[in-house]
Design a protein around this ligand. Structure first.
Ligand SMILES: Nc1nc2c(ncn2[C@@H]2O[C@H](COP(=O)(O)OP(=O)(O)OP(=O)(O)O)[C@@H](O)[C@H]2O)c(=O)[nH]1
Ligand SMILES: [Mg+2]
Length: 347
């Protein structure tokens, strides 16, 4: 059954089924992603990451509620939430907890909450999350909130998918340097100190601010691996008539108390300011391009490796591995002999 038409028409059951197909990497799921691709590129993808228990789900709940209200003359947005649970052994109960934390949102037809456990995912967390975000985007959800725990490689990859990344801290969560050690500050567009009702807020803010002062904004440069040419951000500016891009985005620190809905509007304002920055500076287009390039490169890599593996027998491959193991040849010698094999076959 083709699910793309009902998904585009706003059918929630079809959407739910399609998300499952994509999660299971079925052929129908892939086909639907292809069909929906032209409808993507509109949603504002917001990543919410941080250490366990800092209040990410509570915050996502408040933000979603905020976007559902029509304040400041804006009409309510349709909001999708993807809650990713990458470290199941430690946060086994997280998904159940999220259901409770986000119960305010159930029953609202303009909100769709989807939890995803990484266990058993075939294609990797980042890719599945990206595909799900694409579906929500095509289905007309203007805001997509993605919650991830921790600071691992998966979170950094998911942050790359987001237009705006919130890193959530809480006062007194042991060492504030924890997050910084993991390099998570580098991915933050907005730093949130949640649980601002608890002691130690000033200390956390001071520590974070001094870390921010130490970091320097980096100019945006994209590499084109194929040609080896580097594209300067300037060459990609979408409209020559746009105002000069702001030199950089200065990461703000926002305090919130998610359990009391304090600071939500201010946080939403900071998110909106970041969106405006992305659009006006042309960075929106750069990030879209970088994201699509990463997707294309990984597809290319997989396809080329698969094609190459077809040209070489398992026994030949293991002979070469054995020669490597015995130090009879070097890795580069192995590589060139294998590539010679391919060339001999294709010419
Ligand atoms: N005092 C206080 N408690 C909060 C605040 N925000 C969240 N909490 C509580 O902190 C606990 C964890 O909140 P969650 O929203 O589940 O945190 P999380 O970061 O999503 O947790 P994981 O997904 O398990 O990493 C819950 O008991 C919340 O009620 C806050 O601003 N102040
Ligand atoms: Mg959570």
């Amino acid at each position: 059954m083709n699910l793309t038409a009902p998904v585009l028409a706003g059918d929630r059951l079809a959407l739910s089924r399609l998300l499952t197909q994509v999660e299971n990497e079925t052929a129908q799921g892939y086909a639907a992603l292809e069909e929906l691709f032209a409808h993507t590129g509109k949603a504002h993808i917001i990543g919410v990451t941080g250490a366990p228990g800092t209040g990410k789900s509570s915050l996502v709940n408040q933000l979603a509620r905020y976007y559902r209200q029509s304040t400041d003359g804006r009409s309510p947005c349709r909001v999708a939430v993807i809650a990713v649970d990458p470290s199941s052994p430690f946060t086994g109960g997280a998904i159940l907890g999220d259901r409770i934390r986000m119960k305010d949102l159930t029953g609202d037809p303009g909100v769709f909450v989807r939890s995803m456990a990484s266990r058993g995912l075939l294609g990797g967390l980042a890719r599945t999350t990206a595909s799900m975000a694409q579906i929500f985007d095509a289905a007309g959800y203007e805001v997509i909130l993605i919650e991830t725990v921790g600071a691992g490689q998966a979170e950094v990859e998911i942050a790359r998918l987001a237009h705006t990344t919130l890193v959530v801290e809480a006062p007194g969560m042991g060492d504030d340097i924890q997050a910084i050690k993991a390099g998570i500050l580098e991915i933050a567009d907005i730093l949130v100190i949640n649980k601002a009702d608890q002691p130690g807020v000033e200390n956390s803010e001071r520590a974070l601010r001094s870390m921010l002062d130490l970091s320097h904004p980096v100019p945006h440069v994209f590499k084109q691996p194929a040609s080896g040419k580097t594209i300067q951000a300037d060459e990609l500016r979408p409209h020559p008539g746009l105002p000069e891009p702001l030199p950089f985005w200065a990461t703000p620190i926002q305090r919130t108390i998610a359990t009391q809905d304090t600071g939500t509007a201010e946080l939403a304002a900071a998110i909106h300011a970041h969106l405006t920055y992305l659009k006006q500076s042309g960075e929106w287009v750069y990030r879209d391009r970088a994201r699509l390039q990463a997707m294309l490169d990984s597809l290319l890599q997989e396809a080329l490796i698969a094609r190459w593996r077809e040209t070489i027998t398992e026994s030949h491959y293991s002979d070469i591995l054995n020669s490597l193991l015995a130090r009879r040849i070097t890795p580069f010698e192995a590589l060139s002999s294998m590539l010679v094999d391919v060339n001999a076959r294709t010419t």
